[in-house]
Design a protein around this ligand. Structure first.
Ligand code: PMV
Length: 344
């Protein structure tokens, strides 16, 4: 094994407020629509990488201390992404990589955004020998450049390269895509209370389901209405208007799930338990007992969005009503960090 030093990247997960669903082109990861998300604070992937000697053979990735054996989709995606980065950036040298999530792996929080983001940043740090984000920037690896590279591994990963609220613009061509911060994490601290109704593996991976989006009769109407919703969502963030934001995120999540359910083949991520949670959130809100709104990703778990100041009180209410479901409390967070050495 090489005696080179490790470089460690911590990259947060994000929760989309207007979802990226469907691609115009998978090779360039050109999404069907622009999206906007909130970067999370606690849910992060921590990845350490170092270069190996030429005789050390090939890349090796350890997840939670266990070697990722090529042959399953998750491992192949990670090894494939290292090959892509090496080819695109002209680096040589095999890497030893150690990765773990700060959230339980099997809890159903999407880990591809933070995972592919951290793999991108840690490996480029190891290849360049650079442990400082500002130095990386001087060498041309700016946040937008890193985001665009991570996007090839997982579309949603590109939004994890900034803190706070982040927009991913689809643009008129694959090369016109861009990622930008709408507002930083101090501007509006919101809570994301994640109700884990099921930690089971997804019935259909999002990579597969993205492809079927175009077969849904609801997809065209969705795309036609999105620019209006994106403007309203950005406006709600800029004016810290929770009611306006809440209406946008609930409509968007339900619309995405309607597209999934009407695609061919159909994918249904929403379960009876998800429906119980979202109905309860709505009835509590209507009754004036909770100022909270929900969203859902490509899975059954429900993300309850509320003001950061209400997080503790609403967590208690949710736990009392749904004692059997695990609850993970997260909130608006900052972007990636990078340092020399292994996990701090
Ligand atoms: O980045 P992917 O391919 O895992 O797709 C993520 C899609 C959603 O999480 C459902 C929505 C989003 O915008 O994050």
């Amino acid at each position: 094994m090489g005696d080179m030093e490790f470089f460690t990247a911590e990259v947060p997960s994000n929760i989309a407020f207007v979802k990226y669903w469907g691609k115009r082109d998978s090779e360039t990861q050109w999404p069907a629509n622009s999206s906007v998300s909130m970067t999370l604070k606690h849910a992060r992937t921590i990845t350490s990488a170092r270069t190996l000697g030429a005789s050390d053979g090939r890349d090796i990735i350890f997840k939670d201390g266990k070697k990722l054996e090529p042959g399953n989709p998750q491992a192949d995606k990670a090894y494939g992404h290292l090959d892509f980065l090496r080819g695109r950036l002209g680096f040589s040298g095999w890497l030893e990589v150690h990765t773990k999530n700060t959230f339980p792996s099997e809890c159903g929080i999407a880990s591809s955004a933070s995972g592919l983001g951290a793999l991108t940043l840690a490996s480029i740090a190891a290849w360049t020998g650079c442990d400082d984000l500002k130095d990386l920037q001087l060498r041309g690896h700016t946040m937008p450049v890193l985001a665009a590279l991570a996007r090839i591994g997982s579309g949603s990963a590109c939004r994890s390269f900034f803190g706070g609220y982040v927009g991913w613009e689809a643009g008129a061509a694959p090369t016109d895509q861009s990622v930008h911060q709408v507002a930083d994490e101090t501007f509006w601290p919101l809570a994301d209370l994640i109700v884990i109704v099921s930690a089971e593996k997804k019935p259909v991976s999002s990579t597969v389901a993205h492809k079927t989006a175009w077969t849904s009769p609801l997809f065209g109407p969705r795309l036609a209405g999105l620019s209006e919703r994106l403007s309203a969502t950005n406006e709600a963030i800029r004016s810290r208007d929770l009611k306006k934001l809440g209406a946008c995120i609930e409509a968007d999540a339900l619309e995405m799930h309607a597209v999934m359910m009407t695609s061919e083949p159909a994918a249904r991520y929403m379960t009876r338990h998800s429906e119980e949670v979202i109905s309860w959130i709505r009835s509590e809100r209507t009754a004036g007992r909770m100022d909270a709104w929900f969203t859902m990703d490509a899975g059954p778990n429900v993300h309850v969005i509320c003001e950061g100041s209400q997080a503790a009180a609403y967590s208690e209410k949710i736990k009392e009503r749904f004692p059997d479901f695990e609850l993970i409390a997260d909130m608006t967070g900052a972007g990636p960090v990078l340092y020399k050495g292994t996990v701090r």
